[in-house]
Design a protein around this ligand. Structure first.
Ligand SMILES: [Zn+2]
Length: 178
């Protein structure tokens, strides 16, 4: 692509800068948009990526993008310097406040670090018809990013139940990569 000479030498803006939100810039409409709008973006992007690069690549892109967001979210909104139960409590509160979903921890295996967690009313998939496969790959990345940053260990989160597999909550298995 040809370079725009007016932008030459300008630093590309960071992820955090894209998210910068100032009340004065939407003083009538405010900070929120409907779930429908979020899903229009998510699923149109998903379709486009799938058509161009195939299903596996689309899934990897969603996971990787979710991880970027999860790391940012953890860094910006969560205190990493507290025990796991308090950290999780804070994460629950923030996820609810931001209407991402209702987080519950089902099980923590202290020895291996494996965590089983559920997200109810998930913004990405609640109400979706049964597709026979989980669809919350972005959330998988989001959770792995948060847990990796908090623990300092490389976490992978895999969704095992989803609205799209006929369940009423999304359930994730988060494990430390060997
Ligand atoms: Zn799901």
């Amino acid at each position: 692509m040809e370079e725009n000479i007016f932008l030459a030498g300008q630093k590309p803006i960071t992820f955090a800068e894209y998210l910068r939100y100032d009340k004065n810039c939407r003083n009538n409409l405010g900070a929120e948009v409907p779930v429908l709008v979020y899903r229009m973006l998510e699923f149109s992007l998903k379709e486009e990526l799938r058509q161009r690069y195939g299903k596996q690549e689309q899934i990897e892109i969603f996971r990787s993008a979710g991880k970027m967001a999860g790391e940012y979210f953890a860094q910006t909104y969560l205190n990493m310097d507290q025990p796991l139960d308090r950290f999780v409590g804070e994460l629950q509160t923030k996820m609810q406040e931001m209407k991402i979903g209702v987080l519950r921890i089902e099980d923590v295996d202290e020895a291996s670090g494996k965590i089983i967690l559920t997200v109810a009313e998930d913004a990405d998939c609640s109400g979706l018809p049964v597709l026979g496969e989980t669809v919350c790959n972005y959330d998988e990345g989001f959770i792995s990013g948060i847990l990796s940053l908090y623990s300092g260990k490389p976490y992978t989160a895999i969704e095992v139940d989803c609205w799209a597999t006929g369940d009423r909550v999304c359930r994730f298995h988060a494990t430390v990569e060997e």
